[in-house]
Ligand binder design. Structure first.
Ligand code: AHR
Length: 659
């Protein structure tokens, strides 16, 4: 349906006289002819952060860990092998002349070496997941004096060979790149890469890499397609990247600097991932950011999946829970310049400095960046004074650009109140609120936004997730109890879409053997991935969002906890459907009539998507990925009053075609 027709449906719905039914206090009444507010097309989005091995070891499909020997311990992930290796035969060299951002490399001195004499073994990120019949691309950068041939072997944990290839290297005084491909003969969760050096001379190695060829959109050096598919299936309205606390860094030196994440991958300077050391109970010493995925790739990903990009930049403040280091105000300019340059990188004409960089990376067309977050969970007057400087500079150069502003770490309390007041005084366009709270909080706060001012600043529920134990506890789980509470809360977000313009669950990904933070939306191992019950809640909202909020009332009140029921309704003017979301958190099934007011005709066939489970503690897993998953069925509708059953502990999405 085209936009014109869509508009007609809204107007027709508004023009239709109220359909009168005998007042019945047991009816749930949807006023289909009374759109209350517009729902932003990008309302439901995703929050991506490189936490829990989300990027390296996660969506970034590189299988070699520490490929550039730039980890704090240069040989972490590697083992030197061979019966003829003597002291000084394999060394780590540091030479900044040619590669200042990637100065380390490995120097091997084979002496008439044959297979078994000198080699390397890379363990991958908790092993390497490989698939039977799939081609793998091996490559490296090297310099060579003398002769050398590499025997590249993919093997399982008992040294059973899965695939192999021989790569003869030609003498080269300058760094050159060479590669070879081979297939894996089996599917193995924890394979490893062995490289034997045959030859005589001096061989320098860097950027030793192994990629699967089934990456997202088959891009060489790209992303793990099964993980990205989960995101694409959600049809998210935006992608917030690169975090999260990772934007702030443990200290300013460790902050996320987008300019270091673009251009040729071997020139992207690796840094420690701040989640490496964040939690004493989940230390992850091998967690670094190679930036094989950087800002170009995140913009490209957003474009691929039809989502608005929402980058967050450092505001001159490191994490206030860690170093709480602030850039002095008289040295804030480079930080502000980074933000301005980012807009140019995303949108600038190819004749601009940063627009040209984007074009040189293969994307001459702009990415159409419309919004950007300044700071992550920063707070206090120090934040406000820095934010004002950013805001003035950005709006001066790019009037109308949307700035997302932090309201700190918590959705209430002194810090929150201070920021909320200051930001509203500044006429901030969007305020980013975060809530990592118990499921009960989500239920109690389903009407949080009913009282928010309709005018002025809009809200971005930028990070939230029900914590079944306590905030960021390792005992949190992605169970149905948490997910259904989020669904109930999200009806409140949708009901208030005129105020809450965007929302995203956080964090997004977690590797089963590499996580730091629970709960998370999508769990993966080296080969598999599954969506949690929380994922299905997010997906159902995002794929059934509608275009306009409709009023849905029970006894003239919003359904936000009464009788354990929660509800929202929307008109999808494009599909010509009323979309009703109903959450029953109680342990008994409830039958209630739903009355559609203000429609001329109701189609006799509707669609019901039901997400439910009897057991609040139910979870999904690699073994049972669909334990809590939506089921779809057609329902018969006779007239404008529908007897509707909301099963115990259920989230129902009802789609009804109307005229
Ligand atoms: O989502 C995990 C972390 O929670 C984010 O990095 C941070 O913004 C919040 O505290």
């Amino acid at each position: 349906m085209n936009l014109f027709a869509a508009k007609r449906i809204v107007l027709a719905a508004i023009a239709t006289s109220l359909y009168c039914l005998p007042a019945n206090s047991q009816d749930i009444i949807v006023k289909a002819n009374r759109p209350v507010a517009t729902i932003q097309p990008h309302m439901w989005g995703i929050f991506f952060e490189d936490i829990n091995m989300g990027a390296d070891g996660g969506i970034y499909a590189e299988l070699v860990k520490n490929r550039s020997f730039e980890f704090f311990k240069p040989l972490m992930g590697w083992k030197v092998q061979g019966k003829k290796v003597k002291e000084g035969d394999v060394t780590v060299l540091h030479q900044e002349k040619e590669k200042p951002s990637n100065p380390r490399f490995l120097r091997l001195k084979p002496k008439q070496a044959v297979v078994g004499d000198m080699g390397l073994l890379n363990e991958g990120f908790r092993g390497m997941g490989v698939k039977k019949g799939l081609r793998y691309d091996f490559s490296l950068q090297y310099r060579l004096t003398g002769t050398a041939k590499l025997h590249v072997i993919l093997e399982d944990s008992s040294s059973e060979v899965l695939g192999r290839a021989e790569l003869p290297l030609t003498t080269s005084a300058a760094w050159s790149t060479k590669g070879i491909s081979f297939e894996s003969s089996a599917t193995v969760l924890k394979a490893r890469l062995k490289i034997w050096v045959e030859g005589d001379g001096v061989l320098d190695m860097d950027m030793v890499s192994l990629f699967p060829t089934d990456t997202w959109k088959s891009r060489p050096g790209g992303m793990r397609s099964d993980m990205i598919q989960w995101l694409a299936d959600m049809k998210p309205g935006f992608v917030r990247f690169p975090g999260g606390c990772i934007v702030e860094g443990f200290d300013l030196a460790n902050r996320y600097r987008w300019k270091n994440t673009i251009g040729p991958v071997d020139q992207r300077q690796l840094i420690m991932n701040r989640w490496n050391i964040e939690f004493a109970h989940r230390l992850t010493p091998d967690y670094f950011q190679s930036f094989g995925l950087g800002f170009f790739e995140y913009f490209q990903l957003s474009e691929d999946i039809g989502a608005e990009p929402l980058p967050i930049v450092n505001c001159g403040m490191a994490c206030q829970y860690n170093s709480a280091e602030f850039a002095s105000l008289d040295e804030l300019d480079p930080y502000i310049q980074d933000a301005l340059d980012l807009i140019e990188f995303a949108n600038g004409d190819v004749t601009t400095v940063w627009g040209k960089v984007r074009a040189d990376m293969g994307h001459p067309a702009p990415f159409n960046l419309k919004m950007m977050g300044i700071g992550n969970e920063n707070w206090g007057p120090q934040y406000i004074e820095r934010l004002k400087l950013f805001t003035d500079a950005i709006l001066k150069k790019y009037p109308g650009f949307k700035i997302v502003n932090s309201s700190g770490t918590d959705p209430e309390g002194e810090r929150f109140n201070y920021l909320d007041k200051e930001l509203r005084n500044m006429n901030a366009s969007i305020i980013d609120e975060h809530y990592y709270r118990r499921p009960e909080w989500f239920l109690q706060n389903a009407s949080r936004y009913d009282q928010y001012p309709r005018e002025g600043s809009k809200i971005f529920a930028g990070e939230y997730a029900a914590q079944t134990d306590r905030g960021a506890s390792p005992n949190n789980t992605n169970n149905w109890r948490g997910a259904i509470a989020e669904a109930a809360f999200m009806t409140g977000l949708e009901r208030n879409a005129g105020v809450v313009e965007m929302a995203s669950y956080a964090p997004l990904f977690a590797h089963a053997e590499g996580w730091q933070w629970k709960p998370d939306l999508i769990w993966v191992n080296n080969l598999q991935s599954y969506g949690t019950p929380n994922y299905y809640v997010q997906k159902l909202f995002a794929t059934n969002k509608g275009t306009h909020v409709l009023s849905i009332l029970f006894n003239n009140e919003t359904l936000a906890g009464k009788d354990s029921l929660y509800a929202s309704a929307a008109l999808d003017s494009i599909a010509g459907e009323v979309v009703i979301k109903l959450v029953n958190v109680s342990s008994r099934s409830v039958i209630k009539p739903i009355v559609l007011e203000g429609v001329k005709k109701v189609d006799q066939r509707g669609k019901l998507i039901l997400l439910r489970h009897d057991v609040p503690e139910a979870e999904n897993s690699f073994e049972q990925p669909l334990n809590v998953a939506p089921a779809e069925k057609e329902i018969k509708i006779t007239g404008k009053k529908i007897q509707f059953e909301m099963p115990a502990r259920s989230f129902s999405v009802l789609r009804i075609k109307v005229r």
